[in-house]
Design a protein. Sequence first.
Length: 625
Amino acid sequence: MVSTIPYYRQYDVEKERNNKFAWLSFGLGLATVALYGLLFHWIPRYIRSKRDTGQLKYKGVLKMTRVWDTFNSSIGFRLYPWGRRVYYFQPSLTVLFMAYLAIMGSFCFVQTKDLNYRPQFYIVSKRMGKLATGNLPLLNVFLLKHDVLTAVTGLSHDKLLFFHLWIGRFVWVIVTIHMALCVKYWIALNFEIMVEIPPQIFGMISYGALFFLTWASLKFIRKLSYDIFLLQHKVLAFIMLLFAFFHNPAGRGEVIVAVHILVIDRVLQRILGIVHRKISPTKGEAEFKIHDEDTIEVTLPVKDRAGSNRKWFLRFLPRVGTWDAGQHIYLNVGRVSKFQFHPFTIASLPSSGHMKFIIRKQKGFTKKLFNKIKSMQEADSEGQAALSTVKMKIMMYGPHGGKHQSLITFDSVLFLAAGSGASFTLPLALDLIQSIATREYQKDYLHRPRHPRIHIVWTVRYLKNIEWYRDILQQISVYSTTINIKIDFFVTRESPSDEPENQSPKSPVEKSWSRDLSVDSDPSLILLETPAARIASITYSRPDAAWMIRSHVENVYGMGANDGLSTSGSSSIMEDARPQESFAHAVAVVVCGPLAFTTVSKHECQRNLWRKNAPNIYCLTESYE
């Protein structure tokens, strides 16, 4: 092909085009996730907020989101019919990633054919290298600890990390092709010196670091030791970016932007951590308490600044002294580890005057923390009774997360939690119940249902685990006389026969709650002593999460309890079923627990979307694996 560009201008034109497509790839990635947030987070949020007391408005748009939810669901398959392991993929993510590959692939070749001062494959290889550096800022945007991207898109940090992982692998692929074609070109010319000059050596060092960044982040490696993985990931990322900067002066702009995105985010986090400590009534000193053989409770007093918590612009700005239910922070305990920050969900509301965390002992940081608390208790007691709590200074980043649809707009909300997953669901439930009670008192029914129903299901190993969140459960029980609330506990490692023989007919939970609540001045708080007012039940078995979700959905539109479903488990789920208009109502299912638990729940929500007369279903899941 004869080029219309003069030979002496082609190199400069190539640089201009490569820069254009590099920045275009970055801008296109940001625009795509912003468009996703507009269509599938902000528009449904706005529509649900404009509902009538009896039903939803704009049901046509919500039906569109139902189509999207189906497209966005996970599909399971086995590699062979007799295989036990099930693999999952999401059609929406598959199409999105294929579209991304198609766009990036076209960018590799667009406006290259009229450049003939070098072989075509060499010109394409240089474009690939430039597109790789153009994706570096996007990679780091998905790593932001701040909530700017989660607030805009409604995507969780886990989903953003998923994008970071796969875009990183794509970058490794095109950098590999880039390096292979460039080496082939110079060796074919018998010009090996071009492979040995410092800029090329710097590029190879950067590629080596990228190789280990990509393949040393596989799941089984992260599980072996997450702390070691995190350390090597940071070191390798520094090496990769540093030598990419030295490799090619034309790509330094993208590298500088990528570095500054991350540095500004981390510096701001550090500043906020110092501010959190300074404004704390105890200057960052928290109380640590061991509940049982593998559970720690951490409490940090804070000043309640929740008055401005609901201002819309705070969704995009850092929070100081306040947080939303369901948010998490990154916690550092200097006496255990100087530099490690680990995420923990805040198991309290700002109105409580303290941040509370329930931490389960695993391995690594949590095991070291558990052992440190035990050693401090033993050392401080000096032969006396062991101390119930110890105090240590902490540093924290956050809060983060908690970007979800407003739950007050739903007719019925089901909260499912396993173990310490209640740190996520119970504060959300209490916050919702308090909001309903406040608006009921004000006779404010604007954009919310008149008679919402709340059902809380919590699975624990032992009955004594309920003590972890006693304060929240007591507050929830206070509102049961005016709001339709039901609580089901499932105990998996005990049976009724494990209780003492002289136990009263009431369950241990009912008895302990009654004893504590009776101390209060208001006798109406003793809700669980009266069978007619009982809101909690205990079942000694594992819950069937899929059946619970089906039953909860049926309660909204009144399909009936015996539609071919098992009747095992908590029969209370089937109470108060009444006919409803088909798509005029909305159900929210909030789930937190192990990955297998949340996956089953998410799939069941997807299956119920297209059942006849099914309501609009919103599924919010958090996994702690």
